[in-house]
Design a protein around this ligand. Structure first.
Ligand code: ADP
Length: 468
């Protein structure tokens, strides 16, 4: 872009300067020629040659006056005509204002176009100023032009004014062409800006589908790409917001409907208000509470408002606490939880509650999918840079088609199973957000030997921290 601008301006300058030079040169040449015609300079050389040839043929100046009054050199050389003749007629008419005196080798005037006294002698100063006429190497006479050959004040004013006008014309032509070029280039340069403005206006009016066509690789193209990227992000965010709202409404509807049905039954006396009959209502209420809490956590993470209370934490002890918490559930399901630490893990700075939340989610999912008699394995390892925990279960694994989507909000590969078992479909989305808030990662895969494997990595020296 910058190079293009520079090239465009250089071109405009070039055209301006070029047209001034060309036009001024042409005009100056024309004006100077006109001035010389006006001063009678042009044609004099021709006259000198003619006179010299005449002398060589006749060996005398007798009859030479016919040369000075011949049509080729005007009739009767007169002073006084100071008009501005048209350029084409300039030579003829300009010469008519000249006085010419032709003298022989001794300075004796033989022809005087001003009808002066022909029997006069040129002074030595006049001889000095006159054009010597030669036959071979011998001077045979003098031609003394007067009037037009002199550069007087009037001539100067005249020449200067003509040249000024020529310069002005050149400037006007240059300005005209420069303006034309400037208009053309600015139009071309502003084309993408106009397209961007149009697209931005549509975007502001709520149409998030508008994009600009990007050509080339310059600054405007980069701006266009950035704009398209921004529009895509906005469109994606809007689609997420819409589907999120729909998902939330959908998630709330089932527990609320269940609660309402039970409460109506109790109210109508269909069921007595026994603890057993109240249990489903409480269960749905807990689900709603969890859902609202999960949504709040996600909203905080989205807004960069998730406050982590990080402190130096004994990581193996933290994992062990989570394992212990789920042990009763595992025992009840007939699933074993195996935890092993591969090497020594130094204390690292994390928010222990949030990390427990991540591992709790992975472990509860593992227990949900591991069959009776199956197992969930946790392996802890650490390097200088990261601490890694893998959670692998002996369940069916994650359907390949669902793998890229399981971290999306409300995504469930097996919708009915998840909901029946109290899943909100937000667990993994929150777990990943929490891992990223720690500057870490959480990824999912299927183990070649079967079952799902989730890998949590947290940096040992964490710099990225989302603070409120
Ligand atoms: P929820 O468990 O509440 O449905 P999650 O976000 O925790 O929501 O999980 C999203 C989806 O990922 C689950 O519905 C399930 O389809 C899939 N998933 C999670 N963990 C596992 C696992 N260990 N084995 C198989 N599928 C899993």
């Amino acid at each position: 872009m910058r190079v293009r601008l520079i090239l465009y301006f250089a071109l405009i300058v070039l055209v301006s300067v070029g047209s001034v030079v060309i036009f001024a040169r042409y005009s100056t040449a024309r004006e100077v020629r006109a001035y010389m015609f006006r001063g009678g300079m042009v044609g004099l050389e021709e006259l000198v040659t003619t006179l010299e040839e005449y002398y060589q043929q006749n060996h005398s100046w007798q009859g030479a006056e016919s040369l000075l009054s011949s049509p080729g050199f005007g009739h009767g050389w007169r002073f006084g005509n100071q008009g501005n003749p048209a350029p084409g007629q300039m030579g003829m008419r300009a010469m008519m204002v000249q006085r010419l005196r032709l003298a022989d080798a001794k300075g004796q005037v033989v022809v005087d176009t001003a009808d002066g006294d022909p029997i006069s002698l040129l002074t030595s100063a006049e001889i000095e100023a006159a054009i010597p006429l030669q036959a071979g190497s011998e001077i045979v006479g003098y031609l003394l032009p007067e009037g037009g050959g002199m550069f007087n004040h009037n001539d100067e004013v005249y020449l200067v004014s003509r040249l000024s006008r020529a310069a002005l014309n050149a400037a006007i032509v240059a300005v005209f062409f420069s303006l034309l070029l400037a208009l053309f280039f600015s139009y071309r340069l502003l084309l993408p800006v106009r397209a961007l403005t149009r697209a931005a206006t549509h975007l502001a009016e709520g149409d998030l589908t508008g994009r600009v066509v990007v050509h080339g690789n310059d600054e405007l193209a980069t701006l266009g790409k950035a704009f398209n990227h921004m529009a895509s992000s906005l469109q994606q965010a809007e689609e997420n917001r819409q589907s999120m709202t729909a998902d939330i409404a959908h998630e709330l509807r089932t527990p609320l409907a269940v609660q309402r049905a039970h409460l109506e039954a109790l109210q109508d006396g269909v069921y007595p208000a026994t603890p057993e009959n109240l249990a489903p209502i409480l269960e749905q209420n807990l689900l709603l509470t969890r859902l609202v809490e999960d949504l709040r956590t996600l909203a905080l993470a989205d807004g960069g408002q998730l406050h982590l209370e990080c402190r130096s934490t004994d990581f193996p002890a933290l994992v062990q606490r989570v394992v212990d918490r789920f042990m009763p559930q595992a025992n009840a399901q007939g699933v074993s939880i195996l935890f092993s630490a591969e090497n020594h893990c130094p204390p690292i700075s994390v928010d222990p509650d949030r990390v427990e939340q991540i591992l709790g989610n992975l472990l509860s999912n593992g227990l949900r999918y591991a069959p009776e008699g199956g197992k969930v394995e946790l392996k802890l390892s650490s390097s200088l840079k990261v601490v890694q925990v893998t959670v692998r279960d002996s369940g069916p694994g994650i359907p390949e088609a669902s793998l890229p989507r399981i971290f999306e909000r409300f995504y469930r590969a097996d919708r009915s199973r998840s909901r029946v078992e109290g899943g909100t479909g937000l667990g993994l989305a929150i777990a990943r957000q929490l891992a990223e808030a720690h500057g870490g990662t959480l990824v999912a895969a299927n183990h070649p030997a079967g079952g799902a494997v989730f890998t949590l990595e947290l940096p040992v020296n964490r710099e990225k921290r989302i603070e409120s």
